[in-house]
Design a protein around this ligand. Structure first.
Ligand code: UD1
Length: 383
């Protein structure tokens, strides 16, 4: 079986790595051809994470880069169509909910190539999110819908997908997390960020922000930063800045608010008296450094999807700066609390999360490191 596995943006890489590894154990029956669309192209967003995950070099790199949604999606589709026509894969596998996911599913299904979607059925029920459109379109044309939780199965059934297309296999992102936790022990990130200086680790929080709904409007961003400034008075905050967010901070003229830890990040223009003197910005981190940083944090504030899941497994309190989540299981069974992007709610939510004890929570069903093996076994039996 010749499978084309499509990845494009950072959160895809953690999902693809364990699938490739599981497929390699059945080399005689299945071969995975890895296609990187180049939606994320910076070394820190792509190459570094590939290396940390032990992902092989992509078989093809399309280099589509940035653009509007239509431009980016169209460029990926045109390139993939050419490859699918010439190589005739038996199956195209797409992961997650980014533009490259939807573009891969569309290009394949129009050529009548079966599509498998890993992480199917998640719904925020918010069509203002580009990812929700990508999820709906991808699922509607996929033949194999591999889900992370029961709720995703229910969503798919309600939308009319046949039950025999849906397979609850667990969470491939957690496969990567569990496999990489030991390797991340040797990360020196806590020392590099001055969080441990010959003694115990200092108390700190981690912040990540990149959703257009949070970072593309100056007043919203300032309201969030105001809440963070107040929270950072209690303990240091580490902020690895996503390229989209960095671009927005620069275009709104807000760079001087922050401490910059990475020389690379401010080209030597580091300001001497930042307004938010306990919020330390860094470049985006590698995967192993980032999971080590998360695992020691007292609180994580984020608008990412995957981090809600990772903190649930790590039992680290998580505050999600969104009004909804497609990963409601992390609120119900995990460590997550939704607070939106209002200043007072963020502050109150942080205080409430810090008082809770999550030490006894159990991981959701099948978030156990075995999801990618389940996927490969199902495909080997079906195809
Ligand atoms: C994309 C995904 C989002 C995912 C996120 C993880 C879509 C619609 N969005 O959002 O679901 O959570 O990745 O990071 O697919 N840029 C760089 N270097 C890069 C990549 C991007 O500088 O390597 C900048 C560019 O200015 C670009 C902007 O970031 O215009 C946004 O990149 P894009 O891939 O369009 O979306 P993300 O915000 O990264």
């Amino acid at each position: 079986m010749n499978v084309h596995l499509i990845v494009g943006a950072r959160p895809n890489f953690m999902k693809a790595a364990p699938i490739i590894e599981a497929a390699q154990q059945h080399k005689e029956k299945i071969s995975c051809y890895l296609i990187h669309t180049g939606q994320h192209y910076d070394a820190v967003m792509s190459k570094l994470v590939f290396e940390d995950l032990g992902l092989p070099k992509p078989d093809i790199y399309l280099g589509v880069g940035s653009g509007t949604h239509a431009e980016q999606t169209a460029r990926v589709m045109v390139e993939l169509e050419r490859i699918f026509v010439s190589k005739k894969p038996d199956l195209v596998m797409v992961v997650g909910d980014v533009n490259s996911t939807m573009a891969g599913a569309l290009a394949a299904s129009k050529l009548c190539i079966p599509v498998a979607h890993i992480e199917a059925g998640l719904r925020s029920f918010d069509r203002g999110m580009p990812e929700e459109i990508n999820r709906l379109v991808t699922d509607s044309i996929s033949d194999y819908l591999f889900t992370t939780c029961q709720e995703a199965d229910t969503n798919l059934l309600k939308e009319g997908h046949p039950a025999d297309h849906i397979f609850m296999v667990g969470n491939v992102m957690i496969d990567s997390l569990l496999k990489s936790q030991k390797a991340s022990d040797s990360s020196r990130i806590l020392d590099r960020l001055f969080l441990r200086q010959n003694g115990p680790v200092s108390a700190y929080s981690v912040l990540t922000l990149h959703r257009p709904s949070n970072v593309d409007d100056k007043d919203t961003l300032l309201d969030i930063f105001d809440a963070l400034r107040i929270l950072a008075k209690d303990s240091l905050m580490i902020f690895p800045v996503h390229p989209r967010t960095r671009k927005q901070i620069e275009s709104f003229g807000l760079t001087s608010l922050f401490n910059v830890l990475d020389a690379d990040m401010d080209n030597g223009k580091n300001c001497s008296r930042p307004v938010f003197d306990k919020i330390n910005c860094t470049m985006p981190l590698g995967y192993l450094d980032f999971i080590k940083l998360l695992s020691h944090a007292r609180l994580v504030l984020t608008d990412s999807g995957g981090i809600q899941e990772e903190t649930t497994i790590m039992k680290v309190p998580c505050l999600t700066l969104r009004h909804n989540t497609e990963r409601a299981i992390t609120v119900r069974e995990g460590t997550n609390l939704l607070v939106g992007n209002n200043k007072q709610k963020i502050i109150a939510g942080a205080h409430s999360q810090l008082k809770k004890d999550f030490s006894n929570i159990q991981p959701p069903k099948f978030w156990d490191g075995g999801a990618s093996h389940r996927i490969i076994n199902i495909l080997l039996n079906k195809l």
